[in-house]
Design a protein around this ligand. Sequence first.
Ligand code: SF4
Length: 229
Amino acid sequence: MNRDQQLNRLQCHIRSCTRCVEAGHLPVANPIFRGRAGNRNLIVGQAPGPRAHLSGVPWSGASGTLLRKWFATAGFDPERFLDDWYFTSLTKCFPGKAISGSGDRVPSARERALCRSHLDAEIRLVQPRLVVALGRLAIDAILPEAKSLTLKGLVGSIQTVDLGYGPVPVIPLPHPSGVGRWLNAPANRALVERAMVQLKHLRQDICEPTVDPAAPVRCMAAWPTASQE
Ligand code: SF4
């Protein structure tokens, strides 16, 4: 089975996941992610938002609009946003609104742990050449050794992670939701601009998509059971 077929099998497995419902964390499971094995530019977010939950398309709300704007300054065509990247997140289902009423609920450590094997399996099969980690939780998951660094110390830098086939560049970014106040500070927005300059330089070395990510997915063989993962 080639990498594309294995990823297809994994995605079908994730789409049928109800771990968080069974554990009582979510009323309903609706895993949102997007991409094919040829999309070796990986975006890791925290969790889908309400617009993505309804549309089934990652980053279809205001955060996605800002992300497209950022990436446009790095030379990525906003019209090809959904074609140029593999989209995933720490948890794949919308966690619901925060009790405070401000933004979405942050998925708990237990939910992130339940979903972690999906993320690890995606990374294993996508074999990204570039990773963009959005928000503190995603940065810490991809770069655990960077936990002691502040967002100010990370945004604007190129980090690397060893994913088993050599060092892979990681661009850490704040979450574009705007719920936090980090992006209100002009100095922090300047760090995002610097990060886009870094991303522009990396763009020359990253692969072009070789597949149509909008093509319908046909489920193939079943994914191994949890004990086999
Ligand atoms: S968040 Fe992840 S682990 Fe939880 S139900 Fe959705 S896909 Fe499954």
